[in-house]
Design a binder for this molecule. Sequence first.
Ligand code: GDG
Length: 734
Amino acid sequence: MNKRLIIIANRLPVTINKKEGKITYHPSAGGLATGLGSFYREKKGVWLGWPGLASEKIRGLEESISSYLKELDCSPVFLTQRQVENFYLGFSNKTLWPLFHYFVQYTTFENRLWEAYKRVNRHYCEVALEVANEDDIIWVHDYQLLLLPGMLREKLPKATIGFFLHIPFPSFEIFRLLPWRREILEGLLGADLVGFHTYDYVRHFLSSVRRILGYDHSLGLITTRNRLVKVDTFPIGIDFLRFARAAELPEVKAEIQRLKRRIGNRKVILSVDRLDYTKGVPKRLEAFDLFLEKNPQYREKVVLVMVAVPSRTKVDHYIQLKREVDEHIGRINGRYGTLGWSPILYLYRSVPFPTLAALYNMADVALVTPLRDGMNLVAKEYIASKRDNLGVLVLSEMAGAAREMGEALLVNPFNVGEVAQALKTALEMEEEEQRERNIRLKERLQRYNVRRWAGEFIEKVESIRGLQEEMEEKCLRGILLRRFLEEYSQAKRALILLDYDGTLTSFTDRPEKARPDNEVKEVLKSLASIPTNRVVLISGRKKENLEQWFGNLGIDLVAEHGVWLKENQDPWELIEPLKQDWKEAIRPIMEVHVDRTPGAFIEEKEFSLVWHYRKSDPEMGSIRARELKDALLNITENFNLTILEGSKVIEVKPANINKGMAAMRWVSQGPWDFVVAIGDDWTDEDLFEALPQEAYSIKVGFGLSKAKFNMDSPQRVRGLLKEMIKIKTAESEE
Ligand code: GDG
């Protein structure tokens, strides 16, 4: 069955206006609206978003607007003037936008705006719930709706939810400044798939998730408490053919003629952006100024056509920027201009598509030099428009597009001298070279267009949901749980193998702090007191530790991942004769890594050495753990040792000794009617693997495992054990 696609973005692809009391509708500007416009309708989809006018201005017209929009498969989210001010102009554009673009000095942190942001995200969620259900694919877009995936997940746990961020995701050093960083990350992790334009943004996001929420990832797959979330790169494409074919349109041809008459034979340098401080317009003007100063031969030979689309015109920083740009353009035109020539043709407005297409066609150079930009579609549209493959793109390294457009002239937009030089290089580039560069650029744009981008995203989000469902099917509950308890209740001989840390209790910063509470001791004792049960605690801890904590509960014990065993209250015994001489070679290597990793420490057990890094900075800890593993690999082979990677630990111990091998001591005392093993980390995988076919193996937490089932927390494991106690106690009372 083909699922419906629900797109939720701040804006609809249609914008409403009111003229003399009448509502008019026109297509929204921007790449997303044009690119996805046809795509979502083919998927029998619905697009949810704000239609662009505050509720106060359309009182009484809401119904007719909604029904008009319904025809276009759009569903409006109405916002009041105050909501627009606090949520959109406020938190979205005065907090998230500047911060995510590294303009910390422009960022406002106001609780009032945050509250409004939360409320409006909730409002989008409510409207979405009227339309969407769990069978749909819900695709949430951009920085205005960061909390929405989490809110939707709460209400529709089984829905397929994707999120795509169109702007950069900043490095942890910047993101951490946000007072509401935790809530925002948690909101995003409500999605099955979180997409970004570039790998850098992915990296930044994963690092923030690891440092702020403590969730690790493997190849971009994050395992939260009960879900999998994939983080990946999807560089947005454009509607290639729309631009490639534009020059055939009569209105575009006419526009080219009109502009040529106005500009004459001069070389055209084009700049197109919303007038936003991230776009680097003042620096671009400085570079153009410098270019004209250093290259007088180009005066009167070039025109910079600067389209600046008015944006957020009521926000202070934008008002200042407008003033600065106006003045600078005035100065350049005043300084170099002649009777018949103005160096800059300044269009402070949004131009219609035919004019934009004509400009792309005519421009000899496109100067795209944002200081920071998620992707930048103008760079792509310019190249796609070049039918003869002539024209040079000067592109900022700080735009996401630079990652895919290596054939452009890449510049640092803060380096005015470099940009001025690039402009000269561009104007003087041989046609052959221009063609070579553009053909390669164009091939990629044509192949990876916006439909392909959306298609790949949708495919991926569905596959991640599939993976999630597979994991959920392994969850020991409902029918599976009933069957488990039923089989257990009938068993005349039951073997119960339990790990301790992370399985019966949650992790703490230092291993000695994870002392068992009374509840866990009580549970183990009662479980062991049932005559048909045999209970074995199989841990990585030292035998002294286990002895002290669990020695008098009537259970059997295995210490140090299988090195020591204790059965039936007998003394501890070594599983086989083992050496310790290897420790002198391993310890110094671990010590070096302790010195270099604040928070790390070594734990020495009789037959193993353990390097712990739970308290270290998570990023550094995992890098150092990898380094340590590398450093240990050569030596461990010589000594016949093995390296175990547990949860935030690296443990070195004699090879061939593991929890699975230890468990065999009990398994082989069968036949058993019922065997269950419960564990949470890599060291328990050996245990799961060693069990007989029909045994139950349960992993605590999500993630790939050899276990047949999983449970989501130590609390649930305790609940299960209590249930097992109840069944047998009730039986014996009957
Ligand atoms: C976000 C991210 C990311 C511009 N002026 C006119 C006009 N445009 C069109 C262009 C282009 C779009 O607007 C602007 O492209 P951006 O890349 O800046 O996109 P945004 O939607 O503003 O921004 C950005 C993008 O999302 C996509 O993920 O690339 O980094 O900030 O399509 O053609 N169109 C017309 N007249 C204009 O004057 N007709």
